[in-house]
Design a binder for this molecule. Structure first.
Ligand SMILES: Nc1ncnc2c1ncn2[C@@H]1O[C@H](COP(=O)(O)OP(=O)(O)OP(=O)(O)O)[C@@H](O)[C@H]1O
Ligand SMILES: [Mg+2]
Length: 306
């Protein structure tokens, strides 16, 4: 966001976020100067497997924060917990100063935190526009009294449709508005999911592997959309395996392994961290990490699997 626009909106410009985070020590669980999300002791067990065991995590307001880690590290499970799609065994977290732990997903969304899914959840037999309209927050048309005052819900419908079309244009999907969502390519579904999440005017968006399955032609436009979210004042937390993308757009990177946060920092420092390189980014990236940063051998991994 240009500095003058930032002054108009009262939001911190991206350069400010980068500078402020540049002064934060690179330690797992480190406090942030202006955290929008603060989670403590979040634990989720599936039978004998500890999927999430996060001692402390803070996400800086207005930042693009990447959550990386090998397959099975617990990234999606952490997203599910924070957004009310799963319940933790223990854990407390606040969003924008309000405790939202154990709140059902629709209330979390209403409080301003929305997420997309690793496997998209667009409704194939509805049109693209219908998918968008369904995501609109509580509509007057649902109220009984609106049945008696049809002009009220017609007006509401028009507002929702205008907003949906505006977002679809922004995401280059306007021409597909009347097509079934099932006819979209994988990449277009990802775009639709992101556009749909924005129907609720969120404060924070959590994207689970937004680039997975997206063809290279769409990659740059998705990256630009994510940057735009930050420019418009939103906080973005996203899970991604593509390290070029992480390096390209993140202000801060959090590394998870075996349910725990094992490293944090600006992209350049995290990617230069010997433990992260050795066990995740380097030659052994297909091996799971341990909390002390040692990569396991495949035989170790099989023994430690449930
Ligand atoms: N509902 C469930 N029941 C049992 N085990 C589960 C469940 N959901 C996740 N797990 C297990 O919890 C661990 C963490 O899974 P999760 O999907 O959170 O990992 P991830 O970091 O998102 O991995 P990926 O990068 O492959 O998406 C894995 O071992 C997974 O098999
Ligand atoms: Mg996942």
């Amino acid at each position: 966001m240009p500095a003058d626009r930032a002054a108009e909106t009262g939001r911190p410009p991206a350069s400010y976020v980068t500078r402020v985070l540049g002064e934060v020590p690179c330690q797992p669980g480190v406090p942030k100067p202006d955290a929008i999300l603060i989670a403590t002791d979040v634990h989720r067990q599936f039978g004998g497997l500890t999927a999430v065991d996060v001692a402390h995590l803070e996400v800086q307001r207005g930042s693009i924060t990447a959550l990386i880690g090998p397959n099975g590290a617990g990234k999606t499970t952490l997203f599910n917990l924070l957004t009310g799609f799963d319940r933790p065994d223990t854990g407390q977290w606040t969003f924008n100063g309000e405790s939202i732990a154990r709140m059902p997903a629709h209330r979390v969304a209403r409080s301003g935190m929305v997420r997309t899914f690793q496997l998209t959840k667009v409704l194939s037999r509805l049109t693209v526009l219908e998918n968008m309209r369904l995501a609109a927050p509580h509509q007057i048309g649902e109220e009984v009294y609106a049945a008696v005052l049809p002009f009220l819900w017609r007006r509401q419908e028009r507002i929702v449709t205008d907003k949906a079309m505006r977002l679809l244009r922004q995401f280059n999907l306007a021409e597909k508005a009347q097509d079934f969502a099932g006819s979209l390519s994988g990449g277009q579904r990802k775009l639709l999911e992101m556009a749909r999440a924005l129907m609720t005017d969120p404060v924070m968006v959590m994207l689970d592997e937004p680039m997975a399955g997206v063809n290279p032609a769409l990659t740059q436009s998705l990256l630009a959309h994510i940057r735009d979210l930050r420019e418009s004042g939103m906080t973005v937390l996203f899970v991604e395996h593509d390290m070029d993308m992480v390096r390209d757009i993140s202000d801060w990177v959090v590394v998870m392994a075996q349910g725990q946060i094992i490293a944090e920092g600006p992209p350049a420092s995290v990617m230069a961290d010997a433990r992260v390189i050795d066990a995740y980014l380097g030659a052994h990236h297909d091996r799971p990490l341990t909390a002390d940063g040692q990569s396991l051998t495949r035989a170790d991994a099989e023994v430690s699997s449930p």
